[in-house]
Design a protein around this ligand. Sequence first.
Ligand code: FAD
Length: 517
Amino acid sequence: ENNNLFIRGFMILFLSCITIRLNFCISNIPSSLRILPLEGHLNFDDVSHAARDFGNRYQHHPIAVLHPKSVSDIAATIKHIWQMGPRSQLTVAARGHGHSLQGQAQTHGGVVINMESIKVPEMQVYTANHPYVDVSGGELWINILHESLRYGLAPKSWTDYLHLTVGGTLSNAGISGQAFRHGPQISNVQQLEIVTGKGEVLNCSSEQNGELFHSVLGGLGQFGIITRARISLEPAPTMVKWIRVLYADFTAFAKDQELLISAENAFDYIEGFVIINRTGLLNNWRSSFNPHDPVQASKFKSDGRTLFCLELAKYFDPEDNNEANQEVEKHLSHLNHIPSTLFLTEVTYVDFLDRVHVSEVKLRSKGLWDVPHPWLNLFIPKSQIHNFAEVVFGNILTETSNGPVLIYPVNKSKWDNRTSVVIPEEDIFYLVAFLTSAVPSSSGTDGLEHILNQNKRILEYCKRTLIGVKQYLPHYTTQGEWRDHFGPKWELFLKRKSVFDPLAILNPGQRIFQKAT
Ligand code: FAD
């Protein structure tokens, strides 16, 4: 009995020591960070903002938020954590504009870097033969647009929404209706400055530190923090002819989309969306589209059919208006849409590119922006898109009033397979984006539960039929799923991680790696 008492006593003492040591380590971490010499500052109190994102479903609280004023602030913080080694649980997450969907820019108990605080380098446009702009990794695309337009220039490839940061979209791919011609945003970057998971600051491009450059592009923030990017520019137009035509037949719709993406000079932007069981056919939160003939537009009824809307844009300058009209007419005459459904409007280039923001302002005023967004984005190989459309549109998905469902093809040849992004094997693949908003406490078809279940059924269908789908803005919870996602690229991804962030300090919110302890 004495022996038992002794063992029990010893165990209690031993466990207490471990607890005290753990508590000591945890409470000691902020103070070791507190003394870091920084130009900016670490905030240990007001961290709740960094635990939220656009998805509005995941909340992981960091212990601190770094508001860097320079690249050295970021390097010093990461180097400090790197030097603590595996004994520290601290991780670091770069937060762009926080428009992730499932906590990808968050870290539980780590340090979030508020990338928008860093204002260096100051944005600088170079107007030489191959123009470009140098920007900080935390810069918003809308600011880049305005600055480059002062020189009559603009980036070539966009996202539908411009209030996103350079670092955030380059960590994914950055796609919109220009991608068929120019590739995603990651195909339009010439150079990067990166802080690796060891706190080193490195410049990279295809020619210099190429392995790091390609790792980081589409790399889900796993290999380094993007602190500067050099982005290719082109002469900017001033106006846009923005066109929508409707189809009742998916085959005709997809055939026309594929025809247009292979015609080099037909249109400058090609997207499309699905309309199921809804009124107000032409509008959704993505855009306030005001056709020239609103009466004609409102007369058109879907009569319960599933419709497909092809969305096109032709850039032009007012002095070339006639020529642009002729070009548009010529290309439209080859299409097989429902004849009475040609809707056209003309807007400035800025209004066209910033179209989603108009809707954001409206939704915010109604309290409908900060709701859960259980989005699902898929890349589907061209050969499978018809089967996918048949099973999903109208069957699994029975209405599109919860948010737009985008669908448009892109050319694989415009993507660089040395980057980390994962895409299907075929030469043409489609982006299908279910951009749903949930009504927080609803148990109906607009409720979170219902939408998540719908997403699950779509993913199960893809898995069951082995149609070679890849998730865009991917989200998985196990390493096995990540391995499947990357397929043949997984070994390279692992190798790159072991070189650039061996302790897995960076961006744990992607849930691919856990910090080595
Ligand atoms: P965050 O959400 O803050 O970060 C995204 C990821 O990148 C995180 O893992 C983060 O840790 C990491 N990260 C952030 N900054 C850096 C950095 N400097 N260095 C390294 N890693 C970093 N995407 C498209 O491709 N096309 C679209 O048309 C499109 N439209 C959208 C519309 C809306 C309304 C929203 C909310 C999103 C849209 N997206 C689109 C998705 C968007 O590209 C991603 O959600 C992107 O991650 C958001 O950028 P962010 O700046 O908010 O990044």
